[in-house]
Design a binder for this molecule. Structure first.
Ligand code: GLA
Length: 742
């Protein structure tokens, strides 16, 4: 991989061929255009047109973003905003693509810098542009200082998703301090009828979808934690109009490709224009640029659809699978994995893991993953992190016997690591106490008894790459679960000058990406999962370098329904790992049947994390059957088009999802019942995304449709008449498959 954040892949995507997205065939001839008379740039992709131009002040201003326009449509040159009153200079109402903080700007700036001579004013104007096969580069410059900003634009031909980023260049003769830097500002058409969708959470409760009417003022989504965070995810979707819903209405959506502290500001200004500005978090931020140096922002991706938030999700899924993921455009379906964590926690050893592996192989597991506890003096979470040598008591002959055993059982082998952390009780920390984030003479706040290694340091980067490379070179490891179990405190970097120290927010993440990239280059077959105490580090930046993510430590199969519902708003089920674990589940002490747990997890990448030593014959039989069924449907579940038929949110008694294969030859439906009441039947399910004229045969995977349901009917029938599911009781689940027969 040559460039960061998947930018190079966006170029590849521009050459994309026609792909049916959600059953509609999209236009292939994506284009980049320049109307020189009006100085308007236009990007077309999928069903979307995006246009911006140079206004009479020389500012770069948004012209249009919405449904695809005809190639014949000529767009008007933009006109800068007007002065509403003397209190608001026109810069506040001009929908600038990338506004410098200066000239009396009060809305969120994209860029704020200060100069050594005390000047803090920056006004960016168009200088030049280059149109390439893969997009547009526009250069802006301050009205007097030699500070330049290159804005990069690309569009994905299949989905119309745009990628924008900025490079800030200091060509003055003195250092400048960048105090705030966004990747882009996205301007939406003027409206006072917008609803913002975003994702919030915490450990064990990630991916909760929030919806709120957008009012004048700003809503800030952010992480100040040094990494993406469980609390907010760098994704947004804005719906217009009160009738906009899952499958209808206009939606503008986007996600930031950055795994460090980030911020997205959604701001309705005083003339009801909506701007979404996102990039590095400006909190505690300062990036000093010496003369000649530059700063590159992450990419902020965004798209538009006229077909509801469901279609917005499907476009994002398609884009991630075809363009972002390391194995794009054809990622391998996720293997069924077994993970030892909930079964054995830190008490791993050769005999115990081999016994679990034997049982896992019997039910059809394809990848056996040993979790925490195999290294250093790791008996609890108090010690050992940082010492990545195999524990000689637990594994007297190293990992080889276990790995050989796993291979002999027909599975590949995966291993848990938490490379960026150290327990103070470790040889590494005793040797290198200066390697952690810290302010000299200040307390070092521990969380889970651990501190954060400062990956921005070259020696720490070399150490982390070195031990991982050695592990992968010396052992036949197919998969790493890469964990990250706390957020930052005292983010000092004493080894560099005080005015360079805040660079840690960027250099840390760049080195993380660099290590992942180099490991993948050197060990191209190794797959990696991004985990951060569950779903604390999921974003389009890390997804360009990892194959799957651990969505939440919460493995309660009922809680998972709303967690997965929220997750799929932003990210593809093709990376969404979900394990079947023990019942009652440790999270809520809830008891559910094994088939309920399987069906909940089968909506993403399936894993098993139960203690198989406690299973009886019937459990093994159920698991074997459902894993075999899953292997038949996983391509569609992971890579197909997802329709959220009934949402589990807001205390719903019901929830259902449907996945349709891209060629519409099959659909998989999962339906869940919390608890039946008052003899009400399960609501009829109206399927979506099928070929209306084709005939489909219905077949049960688990549970059943009512006996009145025809075995074969048209796609139109299943979508219009619908399907009745026979389900009563508490925590019930059913799954069925429709297969095209002609
Ligand atoms: C984190 C992960 C878990 C498990 C533990 C091990 O909490 O999310 O899945 O790996 O660490 O310590």
């Amino acid at each position: 991989m040559k460039e960061t954040n998947g930018r190079w892949r966006l170029a590849a995507a521009l050459l994309a061929v026609v792909l049916p997205v959600s059953g509609r065939t999209l236009r292939a001839q994506e284009k980049v255009h320049f109307q020189s008379a009006e100085k308007v740039f236009r990007l077309d992709g999928g069903e979307t047109t995006y246009a911006f131009g140079v206004n009479e002040e020389g500012e770069l201003q948004t012209v249009y973003w919405g449904g695809r326009l005809s190639p014949q449509d000529r767009l008007q040159a933009p006109r800068s905003g007007r002065e509403v009153a003397s209190f608001d200079r026109p810069v506040n109402t001009t929908q600038e693509e990338y506004a410098g903080w200066g000239a009396g700007l009060y809305v969120e700036p994209a860029l704020k810098v200060s100069f050594e001579n005390g000047n803090r004013d920056l006004e960016l104007r168009y200088v030049s542009h280059v149109i390439t096969a893969d997009g547009i580069k526009v250069t802006l410059k301050d009205v007097s200082e030699e500070v330049y900003v290159e804005l990069h634009y690309g569009v994905d031909g299949a989905t119309g998703i745009l990628g924008r980023s900025a490079t800030i260049l200091n060509r003055t003769k003195a250092p400048i301090m960048v105090e705030q830097a966004a990747a882009a500002t996205w301007n939406l058409p003027r409206s006072d009828d917008y609803t913002l969708n975003y994702l919030t959470g915490r450990w064990g409760a990630e991916w909760q979808l929030q919806q709120q009417q957008i009012r004048p003022g700003a809503t800030v989504l952010e992480s100040r934690r040094g990494s993406t965070g469980h609390q907010n995810n760098p994704w947004f979707a804005v719906q217009r109009g009160s009738s906009s819903d899952e499958e209808s209405g206009e939606v503008w959506f986007g996600a930031l490709a950055w795994s460090g502290s980030w911020r997205i500001t959604v701001e309705q200004d005083q003339v009801r224009q909506l701007r979404v500005t996102g990039g590095f978090n400006s909190f505690d931020f300062g990036y000093k640029l010496a003369p000649g140096e530059k700063l590159e922002t992450p990419v902020f991706y965004a798209g538009h659809t006229g077909h509801g938030i469901g279609e917005a999700s499907r476009l994002m899924h398609r884009f991630q699978l075809r363009t972002i993921l390391p194995q794009a455009p054809t990622p391998r379906p996720r293997p069924v994995l077994y993970n030892s964590w909930e079964a054995t926690e830190f008490a791993v050893d050769e005999a115990g893991q081999e016994a679990l592996a034997e049982k896992a192989a019997k039910i059809g597991v394809e990848r056996f993953v040993m979790d925490d506890g195999w290294f250093g003096a790791r008996k609890t979470d108090h010690a050992g992190l940082g010492d990545w040598e195999v524990n000689p008591t637990k594994f007297p002959h190293g990992l080889k016997p276990l790995i050989d055993k796993v291979h002999s059982l027909g599975m590949d082998f995966g291993l848990w690591v938490e490379p960026e952390m150290v327990n103070p009780d470790s040889d590494l920390y005793r040797k290198h106490p200066d390697w952690v984030l810290n302010f000299p003479g200040r307390p070092r706040s521990e969380a889970r008894n651990q501190l954060v290694l400062n990956l921005a340091r070259p020696d720490v980067r070399a150490y982390v790459f070195g031990f991982l490379d050695k592990l992968l070179t010396e052992n036949q490891i197919a998969f790493l679960k890469w964990d990250y179990n706390r957020n930052w405190s005292e983010p000092g970097w004493p080894a560099v000058a005080p005015d360079e120290q805040k660079k840690v927010y960027i250099e840390y993440v760049r080195n993380l990406y660099g290590i992942l990239r180099e490991l993948r280059e050197k060990h191209p077959k190794v797959e990696i999962e991004s985990c951060s105490g569950g779903g604390g580090r999921v974003d389009l930046g890390i997804l360009a370098l990892t194959d799957e993510v651990w969505v939440s430590d919460n493995t309660d199969p009922f809680d998972r329904l709303s967690i997965q519902d929220g997750f799929t708003h932003a990210y593809t089920p093709g990376v969404m790992m979900a394990w079947v674990t023990d019942s009652p589940n440790w999270v809520n002490q809830r008891t559910t049947s094994l088939s309920y747990r399987f069906l909940s997890s089968m909506q993403g990448g399936l894993g098993v994390g139960a203690n198989l030593n406690k299973w009886n014959d019937s459990d093994f039989a159920t698991a074997k059957e459902l894993i075999a069924a899953y292997k038949q449907i996983r391509e569609t579940v992971q890579h197909g088009n997802l329709y959220r038929l009934i949402s589990p949110r807001n205390g719903s008694e019901y929830s259902a999802t449907e996945s349709v294969s891209l060629d519409q030859h099959e659909a998989i439906v999962f339906a869940f019942l919390h608890s039946s009441q008052m003899v009400y039947p399960y609501p009829r399910l109206f399927l979506r995304g099928l070929d209306g004229h084709a005939k489909y045969r219905v077949a049960a995977i688990s549970g059943a449709v009512t006996k009145e349901t025809p075995e074969i009917a048209s796609g139109d029938y299943w979508m219009q008449y619908g399907v009745d599911v026979d389900m009563r009781g508490d925590f019930q689940a059913a799954a069925f498959r429709l297969e095209r027969v002609q």
